[in-house]
Design a protein around this ligand. Structure first.
Ligand code: SF4
Length: 239
């Protein structure tokens, strides 16, 4: 194990232990990304009192959902799964079409709101701390992700223990501990969301270039990390 990995692991476990001790009930919102698998492994191998949940938007890749089985087999842990409100999804599909998110940014954000943001609100209800796998490197809009801050959208402590980690740090951890990961990463994906809205990226492209690739600009976020007024928090942090 490299000195850097050892230092990263010690700091990660220190932060998670502190959150579990001082901010219960706490939860990791996992998108089953490589970053979230690092944190999942750290929580479950340390037997910490932190819930792990994910949001099954109904549009995820099969490879992503298979990780839920892999986690069950490896750690004997059942990730809690939240799903969108079926009525809201049906209304969106009836009114705009299932893939209407390709038509406009507004309809894309509405889809993300129904399928991701509203379930997240339910999942975080009653929690004192929200742990995420956000990293500063992920995109221009996430360049100043803090290690922790009070999130005034959800009124809880938001902890981003991998904020300072590089992509290499993440993969060094996953390989060192043989942690299961989404096989789509082996097919050129570097940031994985819903199947219709994610594609592999070319060498040299930004990690998140494959997300909502038909949209222009830096505002390509799903709204999970937004303030109450709906503005995305690019200055202090940034799914
Ligand atoms: S990523 Fe795409 S399919 Fe998933 S919730 Fe957002 S717009 Fe809908």
């Amino acid at each position: 194990m490299s000195a850097r990995l050892e230092s990263n692991v010690n700091e990660l476990k220190r932060v998670l232990e502190e959150v579990a001790d001082r901010y219960a009930p706490a939860a990791l919102s996992s998108s089953l990304s490589a970053e979230d698998m690092v944190i999942t492994d750290a929580i479950l191998t340390s037997n910490l009192n932190i819930e792990i949940f994910t949001i099954d938007t109904g549009r995820l890749h099969g490879d992503t959902l298979q990780l839920l089985d892999a986690i069950r087999r490896r750690y004997r842990y059942h990730v809690r799964v939240f799903t969108p409100d079926a009525g809201a999804v049906a209304q969106y599909v009836a009114g705009h079409g299932r893939d209407a998110f390709f038509s406009s940014t507004e309809l894309r954000r509405e889809c993300c709101h129904i399928r991701k943001v509203e379930p997240l609100k339910r999942a975080l209800h009653g929690k004192k701390a929200w742990i995420t796998g956000l990293r500063q490197e992920n995109s221009a809009g996430r360049g100043t992700v803090p290690r922790r801050e009070f999130d005034d959208s959800y009124l809880l402590l938001k902890v981003n223990p991998l904020a300072g980690w590089s992509e290499d740090d993440v993969w060094e951890y996953l390989r060192a501990y043989s942690v299961p990961y989404n096989e789509l990463y082996d097919q050129g994906y570097r940031s994985i969301g819903c199947a219709p809205c994610t594609r592999p990226v070319a060498i040299g492209e930004n990690i998140r270039a494959g997300r909502w690739w038909w949209e222009q600009g830096e505002g390509k976020e799903c709204g999970l990390h937004a303030r109450l007024d709906g503005t995305l928090v690019r200055a202090k942090e940034a799914a």
